[in-house]
Design a protein around this ligand. Structure first.
Ligand SMILES: Nc1nc2c(ncn2[C@@H]2O[C@H](COP(=O)(O)OP(=O)(O)OP(=O)(O)O)[C@@H](O)[C@H]2O)c(=O)[nH]1
Ligand SMILES: [K+]
Ligand SMILES: [Mg+2]
Length: 362
């Protein structure tokens, strides 16, 4: 039996099995088995490892963040990408027009964002999804004239490749020990998983001595599998509902109910400004303005940093790699500063969006 067939068999069995106290151990086993089989599918083609670049379709990365366009053929990815970035990417009504990754750049609030127009996906299109795995944001582009079931299929493809959409890493800690058996500690009551299911997963991974600490009530067995597998990436996604020029207002009202979605028409350029704003928010970037001594801040050229990598040291390194060494102290104005007249800080100070920074050299 091939891996794909084995996966199908387990999925079928899971669908047949009702979740209750008597079946939870069995279900836990199945979920772990499924994850191990899926890993086999990811690993041989590369890319599935520690977030490495996608094989084949990868391109040089520019700008501070990248957005990958994922969707079935002819949903309008290239139409959107071309107009957004001014870069030519072939458009036609024929499926699979785009055959490789086409990069472009759009400047949003002073920050250069790389846009990756990707080939239309087919089920099992690992090369495309390997590129999506390395992006900071994914646009799942859907054609509103096509069945909404397409959304589920694409989500399944991305999830199968270890991508978790619009989700935080689960608050579970698994610590292996030499001996002592299994100890499960939950700081809150668990609503979606029981001890049997947790034990089944641990046993499937041959973890017979470990401490498991869970700090969220809604944890599932799949979340535990994700933590044990360890190679998951958590990426925000926006559902771009394209071609709304072709439907009625009533139909559009229904579509607005999809979470994280923005209805647009890329061809008629409807509501694209809202999409760009949503994209900006989802990227969660931090703009920092430099202020030379005795001059007012330079608001035209922000230094753009990523959340989680936005200390004064990151700011210095983004300008020039020698600056951090030469710095005596920095003065910060804005949301991260304690007072409005400016705060004297060191390299480890964490900056906020729209802060102003003056670097004082030794
Ligand atoms: N009505 C309508 N048609 C659109 C819109 N956007 C794109 N199209 C049409 O949809 C077809 C496919 O557009 P593409 O941009 O090539 O789609 P794609 O997703 O890049 O397709 P592949 O590269 O083949 O995966 C073209 O005929 C476009 O003119 C839109 O907003 N409204
Ligand atoms: K096309
Ligand atoms: Mg295309």
């Amino acid at each position: 039996m091939t891996t794909v067939q084995k996966i199908k068999e387990i999925e079928d069995e899971m669908a047949k099995t009702q979740k209750n106290k008597a079946t939870s151990y069995h279900l836990g086993q199945l979920k772990a088995k499924l994850a191990k089989l899926r890993r086999e599918l990811i690993s041989p083609s590369g890319g599935g490892g520690g977030g490495g670049a996608g094989v084949g379709f990868d391109v040089a990365r520019t700008g501070v963040a990248s957005v990958g366009f994922v969707g079935f053929p002819s949903v309008g990815k290239s139409t959107l990408m071309s107009k957004l970035t001014g870069t030519h990417s072939e458009v036609s009504e024929i499926d699979f027009t785009t055959l490789t990754t086409v990069p472009g750049t759009v400047k949003v609030h002073g920050a250069p964002i790389q846009i990756l127009d990707l080939p239309g996906i087919i089920e099992g299109a690992n090369d495309v999804i390997a590129v999506a795995r390395t992006c900071n944001l994914i646009f799942i582009v859907l054609d509103v004239l096509k069945p909404l079931g397409d959304k589920k299929i694409i989500e399944g493809e991305l999830e199968g490749f270890g991508i978790r959409l619009n989700k935080k890493p689960p608050s579970i800690l698994v610590r292996k020990k030499e001996k002592g058996g299994i100890a499960i500690t939950n700081t809150v009551p668990l609503t979606n998983v029981d001890q049997d299911e947790i034990k089944a997963v641990l046993s499937e991974y041959k973890l017979s001595n470990c401490d498991v600490t869970i700090r969220e009530p809604n944890i599932t067995a799949d979340d535990l599998v994700d933590v044990i597998e360890g190679n998951r990436v958590y990426i925000p996604a926006i559902y771009v509902l394209n071609k709304i020029d072709a439907i009625s207002i009533e139909e559009l009202d229904l579509l607005y109910k999809i979470p994280h979605s923005v209805p647009i028409s890329s061809r008629e350029w409807l509501n694209v400004d809202e999409l760009i704003e949503y994209m900006w928010e989802a990227l969660d970037l931090v703009r920092v303005y430099t202020k030379p001594r005795g001059l007012s801040p330079d608001y035209s050229q922000p230094v753009v940093l990523r959340r989680g990598k936005c200390s004064v040291e990151d700011f210095c390194n983004a300008i020039h790699k020698e600056i951090a060494k030469q710095m005596k102290y920095a003065i910060v104005w804005g949301a991260s500063a304690k007072h409005s007249r400016g705060q004297k800080v060191g390299l480890d100070h964490i900056l906020e969006d729209e802060d102003v920074v003056h670097i004082s050299k030794k």
